[in-house]
Write a protein that binds this ligand. Structure first.
Ligand code: NDP
Length: 325
């Protein structure tokens, strides 16, 4: 069968996701050629496709892939033909049967992580790892609020935070999602479509508020997230599923309790191969210890990438979504 890739020539709705045949390629220098066995779908793919995060056009969508190395460039020493690898940072072209990837962006996969699990947890799990262990060092004295707790990042992170000893309050958009969030480590769930988030957090925490809010929903939740924090709490704004957060005045942070605000992204926490592999190894160890179950709620054929993105954008997904070439 001919290899193919998705290409985006102009930003817009899911109809801009078109396929194009790939010509046979030979990796040069530091490149490796990967034949994908599973591909991760992430909310950032929607920001790229819609134009919220501007990329030069045309571009090949998809930032996360898993597969087997078919060929290596002459400068590649750390990886060889046949290795099972994945990537989730600093690479495009994941929505394809094969991809040429800089070896510096590769993560070696242990035997106990299946290809599907890897595609479901690399970007989402590495994000959970740095957010919980570096952006704010979560421990057993902390109570945290995690928005979209039954999403891909959310389910992994809530389990991990619970294992670190924290009390985890999740928000979800439906009762079905709420039930899974409780099963995966949340002590309490707030149905944020009809419950007032800050008031409910204050009730649950006996008026104190939480130490840290992890907010990937953005525009719709930002204000309530600040109100849910205890004095000196940290607001971690790490996504924009409902739209970008408007400008914030530093004075607001003073008025709400001398709060801290950060807007992190994975690439700054894992700038090179060593850092990526170290974060990935911490994720794999957490999975191996049984701390984390990776929930794959949706599997689509690669050709159905547009449908997969539509389901994610429509809030119809639970856990991770993967594409199968
Ligand atoms: P999710 O599986 O979490 O899907 C997004 C979820 O957000 C939805 O299922 C929905 O859950 C909730 N949501 C709330 N409002 C909206 C809305 N208006 N439109 C769509 N969804 C909404 O996606 P991912 O796990 O892929 O990513 C989660 C977030 O993490 C994204 O914002 C992503 O950009 C961010 N991210 C950030 C990274 C970083 O380093 N900064 C790295 C990776 C991801 P519900 O129905 O329960 O409301």
């Amino acid at each position: 069968m001919t290899d193919y890739t998705f290409v985006i020539e102009q930003t817009g709705d899911t109809s801009v996701l078109r396929t194009s045949n790939l010509q046979p390629t030979v990796p040069v220098g530091q490149e490796v050629l990967i034949r994908h066995t599973a591909v991760g779908v992430n909310f950032i793919d929607i920001y790229h496709r819609s134009g919220l995060y501007a990329l030069p056009l045309p571009f090949r969508p998809g930032v996360e892939g898993v597969g087997v190395i078919e060929a290596v460039g002459t400068d590649v020493t750390r990886f060889k033909v046949g290795d099972r690898v994945g990537y989730c940072s600093g690479v495009f072209g994941g929505y394809a049967t094969t991809n040429l990837v800089d070896a510096e962006r590769l993560i070696l996969l242990p035997d106990f992580i299946s290809d599907e699990t890897a595609a479901a947890c690399l970007l989402k799990g590495l994000t959970a790892a740095y957010l919980l262990t570096r952006t704010f060092v979560v421990g057993d004295k902390h109570t945290l609020l995690w928005h979209a707790a039954a999403g891909g990042v959310g389910l992994i992170a809530c389990q991990w935070a619970g294992q670190l000893g924290a009390r985890v309050i999740g928000t979800t958009g439906s009762e079905e999602k709420g039930a899974l969030a409780i099963q995966r480590g949340c002590s309490d769930v707030i149905f944020y479509r009809h419950e007032p988030v800050a008031e409910r957090v204050k009730e649950i925490t006996a008026g104190r508020g939480v130490d840290v809010v992890y907010d990937s929903v953005g525009k719709d939740t930002f204000a309530a997230s600040l109100d849910a924090l205890a004095p000196l709490g940290m607001m971690v704004s790490f996504g924009n599923a409902s739209g970008a957060v408007p400008d914030v005045s530093p004075l607001l942070l003073m008025q709400k309790g001398s709060l801290f605000l950060t807007r992190p992204t994975l690439s700054h926490y894992a700038p090179d191969q060593h850092a990526l592999q170290a974060l990935a190894d911490s994720l794999f160890a957490a999975i191996h210890k049984g701390w984390i179950t990776v929930d794959i709620g949706q599997r689509f054929a690669l050709r159905e990438a547009a449908k997969a993105q539509q389901e994610l954008a429509n809030r119809n997904t639970i856990g991770s979504t993967i594409l199968l070439p």
